[in-house]
Unconditional design. Structure first.
Length: 175
């Protein structure tokens, strides 16, 4: 079975769709890992800790999907690889900056979950196979649950001070 050269959601079977879903979770996990390291380097502990929590969530979801794939399809080769997707659920690099607050980190995650919801919602408008449609509906609906979880965490935070983390950043210094 040949590897796909471009991602055509209408040609996916359930195995491909599960592979794609696992890859989406892995991409998000890896991005949160990078963001957590960046925040740790900037001594922004709250944001780093939250991004580490997201690493765990994305890892768990990816592992669950991979186990489901293995149960249904064993060791059948993948036709889908990571080069076929970009930032489906992973937070965009442009959304993160040094000295992020916990509120800002939560908003980054909320936007990433909304982006994943839109991906699956748009995919459901395509003529896709019924088993793929059911999986994508499940994944889309899970994104709503994830958005609710992040929203609840945001609601627990005290009101925003009105100051930006940029207000505390040092200006560039000539060398």
């Amino acid at each position: 079975m040949a590897t796909m050269k471009t991602l055509d959601l209408t040609s996916l079977d359930l195995k491909d769709a599960l592979d794609l879903a696992v890859l989406i979770e892995e991409e998000a996990r890896d991005r949160y890992e990078e963001l957590a390291a960046q925040m740790e380097n900037q001594h922004t502990a709250d944001a780093a800790s939250f991004f580490r929590l997201m690493v765990g969530y994305e890892s768990k979801h990816g592992e669950d999907l991979a186990a489901r794939r293995k149960e249904l399809f064993g060791e059948a080769p993948r036709r889908v690889d990571r080069s076929l997707l970009w930032d489906v659920e992973a937070p965009g690099y442009e959304t993160v900056r040094a000295f992020m607050t916990l509120r800002e980190a939560l908003n980054v995650a909320l936007a990433a979950e909304a982006k994943a919801y839109r991906f699956f919602d748009e995919a459901l408008k395509l003529p896709i196979a019924e088993p793929v449609k059911k999986l994508f509906e499940e994944l889309r609906d899970e994104e709503v649950v994830h958005q609710d979880l992040v929203g609840k965490e945001l609601a627990k935070l005290p009101p925003d001070s009105g100051l930006s983390s940029e207000d505390y950043a040092d200006e560039p210094v000539a060398q």
